[in-house]
Design a protein around this ligand. Structure first.
Ligand code: NDP
Length: 253
């Protein structure tokens, strides 16, 4: 792959996506970050010495995604790598999870990645080079109580990853999923806040809900996930395709 790749990271304004964007920019890649909130993207870029190109879009809106990718490709050139990190979580018992929640999660967690893949594939075929990495989850591989819609969308994202990898196996484009366990980001900070508010538990007790799932007894850091992406982005990983790479301290084996 060429030295200055253009990499697009959806959900790149915070958490895991931002750690990935930073790590790739540090290796010299041109990195575009996408998310709905432009101010958050701009702040993230400023904090990285303006090394990231902020482009706002809602990944669930295919027209908006088309416009955003056209803008990014014009400014940074064809994309040779896409990381789909945009995602949302809703927590509720199955009986209280309505169609509005199922549709919202499907639209962002599955269709969002589909829309972005559609945008980059023609260019990757022309470049004869490509890496697509979907940030899935341990919830792509097992169930968890009270997140039925989230787990279903993350299973679907992994199914899409595996099928697309096979479709592209006769090209130099690889498609993989990285499946983090509970990771230290706003998603977990918000969930801990929710548990405290709903149950009156202490912060330590609420946090133990998440650290206890990991045999190493801790949260994964976004930077650890980013290191896995750096390797998947390298030529050394050209035989890796259709894989679900778990970064979860042994939670799944
Ligand atoms: P964050 O909430 O920090 O990141 C999610 C990002 O997605 C935000 O930057 C958000 O930006 C963006 N986003 C959400 N909806 C949309 C949308 N419709 N269009 C464009 N961007 C959107 O959490 P994480 O970093 O933890 O999550 C990143 C990914 O990692 C998600 O897919 C999540 O499911 C997955 N994951 C997280 C785990 C964890 O424990 N934290 C564990 C396993 C997987 P904005 O709101 O501005 O749009």
């Amino acid at each position: 792959m060429s030295d200055r790749r253009h990499v697009i990271v959806t959900g790149g304004g915070s958490g895991i996506g931002l750690a990935i964007a930073r790590a790739l920019a540090a290796t010299g890649d041109k990195v575009t970050i996408m998310g709905r909130a432009l101010d958050r993207l701009e702040r993230a870029s400023r904090e990285c010495g303006n090394a990231l190109l902020p482009v706002a879009c809602d990944v669930g809106d295919e027209t908006a995604v088309g416009n955003a990718f056209a803008d990014a490709l014009t400014r940074n050139g064809p994309a040779s790598m896409l990381v789909n990190a945009a995602g949302i979580v809703r927590t509720a018992p199955f009986a209280k999870t309505g169609d509005d929640v199922w549709n919202a999660l499907w639209r962002t967690n599955v269709l969002g990645a589909v829309h972005a893949c559609r945008q980059v594939l023609p260019g990757m075929r022309s470049l004869k080079s490509g890496r697509i990495i979907n940030i899935a989850s341990t919830a792509s591989l097992k169930g968890y109580a009270y997140v039925s819609a989230y787990a279903a969308t993350k299973h679907a994202l992994l199914g899409m990853t595996r099928s697309l990898a096979l479709e592209l196996a006769n090209t130099p484009i690889t498609v993989n999923a990285v499946c983090p366990g509970y990771t230290e980001t706003d998603i977990i900070r918000d969930a801990v806040g929710d548990i405290i508010a709903k149950t009156g538990r202490s912060e330590a007790e609420a946090m133990a809900t998440f650290t206890g799932a990991n045999p190493q007894g801790r949260l994964i850091t976004p930077e650890e996930v980013a290191e896995t992406i750096l390797w998947l982005a390298s030529d050394a990983a050209r035989s890796m395709t259709g894989q679900a790479i778990v970064v979860a301290g042994g939670e799944i084996m």
